[in-house]
Design a protein around this ligand. Structure first.
Ligand code: UTP
Length: 297
């Protein structure tokens, strides 16, 4: 039965250990790493706000302070900028605290993405909600979340986002086996496998960090045992929902063909920063420098 209640809540898990980015992430969550001049998480909160999700729950762990501080006001800093008449920087400082109503809950022990989502159960209640991973950036010029919300409202179950990757990269992602849906541009998910070996992957469709979930996922997560890597995997719970034809069951997917930037590991983070920085007018000097730099390599 399609759900018609409007989706307003976004859950942003940011409690992972960020081991791929050590030592930078020893005392700071990787979601606070700057992508040009904004922390990665601010792009994600802005994306949620743009899709109409202004009730945000961040799942944090150690070093939650930096995240909370970033989305809070800093009256002393604002006063200094105001006194200087620096309206441009003042607006930049204030932007992060106007993006929505942000709540925090601590995961305590980071037992996996599925466990992080389960920490949102009380806050979310009995309504569909979005999950946005704080280290996965979707270009603001490309539409994804709004489309996923529309598909959730049409199908009533849960919706994931997929992206085609080179077949040999699939073992870094969750992977989906899908079938087309007559007359629709979204697909039905039959099966999901977390980080499969290349030869066992059912497709080259990788799960990326956006979900619009039916609250039935919470009951499934409560029963989900630790899976790959000893972690409670969201993919495993979605696999159960994909096979469930009852109320709240069924998983569909939007195949995203736009621009996505992964900031979770060093190489893709560096690529994301350079890609976004060369487009910035205030950093116009970067492009010619990069060309010279590359020519001299
Ligand atoms: P990742 O697996 O990319 O994050 O989880 P990680 O564990 O921090 O990274 P590495 O592999 O050690 O470098 C995807 C998202 O889920 C969150 C992370 O913060 C990230 O945004 N997460 C993961 C949690 O909130 N809690 C967890 O227990 C695990």
């Amino acid at each position: 039965m399609p759900q018609t209640s409007r989706i307003t809540k976004a859950v942003i898990p940011a409690a992972g250990l960020g081991t791929r980015f050590l030592p930078a992430t020893k005392a700071m969550p990787k979601e606070m790493l700057p992508v040009v001049d904004e922390p990665a998480i601010q792009y994600v909160v802005a994306e949620a706000a743009k899709a109409g999700l202004d009730n945000v729950l961040m799942i944090t762990g150690r070093s939650k302070r930096a995240l909370e501080d970033h989305f809070d006001r800093v009256p002393t800093l604002e006063a200094v900028l105001e006194a200087k008449g620096d309206t441009r920087r003042l607006a930049a400082v204030q932007e992060s605290n106007t993006l929505g109503d942000i709540h925090y809950v601590r995961q305590g022990d980071p037992k996996g993405l599925g466990h992080a989502v389960l920490c949102a159960k009380r806050h979310v209640g009995d309504e569909p909600f979005a999950v946005l991973l704080g280290d996965d950036l979707i270009d603001s010029r490309d539409e994804l979340l709004g489309e996923m919300i529309r598909v959730q409202q049409a199908t009533g179950g849960s919706v994931i986002a997929l992206m085609e990757v080179d077949p040999e990269q699939i073992s870094s992602y969750g992977c989906a086996d899908v079938e087309s849906v007559d007359g629709e541009d979204y697909v039905r998910v039959n099966r999901l496998v977390e980080k499969p070996a290349v030869e066992e992957a059912p497709s080259n469709l990788a799960v990326i960090g956006r979900y619009v979930l039916h609250p039935a996922v919470f009951d499934v997560l409560e029963q989900t045992q630790p899976g790959r890597g000893g972690e409670i995997q969201l993919t495993d719970a979605l696999e159960v929902l994909a096979a469930d034809e009852g109320e709240g069951g069924g998983v569909h997917a939007v195949v995203f063909r736009g621009r996505r930037y992964d900031t979770g590991d060093k190489l893709s983070y560096l690529k994301a920063v350079v890609t976004l920085a060369v487009e910035r007018e205030d950093l116009a000097g970067l492009r010619p420098w990069l060309k010279d730099f590359a020519a001299a390599l």
